[in-house]
Design a protein around this ligand. Structure first.
Ligand code: SF4
Ligand code: SF4
Length: 142
């Protein structure tokens, strides 16, 4: 479990980012935290997580987080929350739901397509690398 809170807050769209994580990110601290979260949520099927639509454990290690709001760009907070809500709707979950990785990955596997990620994430700087779509495809192939 390391130093991660339990249950761990995860904002909904970060589930997709976790699938695509390959060691890149906004700072060393961010990458280190993301790496720990990815390791836990992909290796421990029962680790308790709470799916939210707001600042989470990952954002708190991000240099773009200011007072628990995303300030990457002027409208980022609104945009990332809209992305979270789109993911929650797709998964059939409400913000605040506590769930396990096993269940949430099962829902992601059933609910998302590559095109859906391209639509929800169309403005993200990381999309064109293709890692997130490949991460989904790997989950769905497993
Ligand atoms: S494209 Fe961006 S927001 Fe979308 S899953 Fe990947 S890193 Fe996350
Ligand atoms: S603060 Fe913004 S850019 Fe940083 S992890 Fe959170 S949503 Fe992403």
């Amino acid at each position: 479990m390391g130093d991660l809170a339990s249950p761990l807050d995860i904002r909904a769209h970060h589930l997709l980012c976790i699938l695509g994580f390959r060691g890149l990110g906004y700072s060393q601290e961010f990458v280190a935290k993301m790496g720990k979260v990815v390791e836990e949520l992909t290796s421990n099927s029962t680790f308790p997580i709470t799916i939210i639509a707001g600042c989470d454990a990952i954002c708190r290690s991000c240099p773009h987080n200011k007072n628990d709001r995303c300030r990457k760009k002027a409208d980022s907070e609104e945009r990332v929350r809209a992305k979270d809500l789109a993911v929650l709707e797709r998964l059939g979950l409400e913000a605040g739901t506590q769930i396990t990785p096993a269940e949430v990955w099962g829902r992601v596997k059933e609910s998302f397509s590559a095109n859906e990620i391209r639509k929800i994430c169309r403005k993200c700087q990381w999309l064109e690398l293709g890692y997130c779509v490949e991460g989904l495809e790997k989950l769905q192939a497993g």
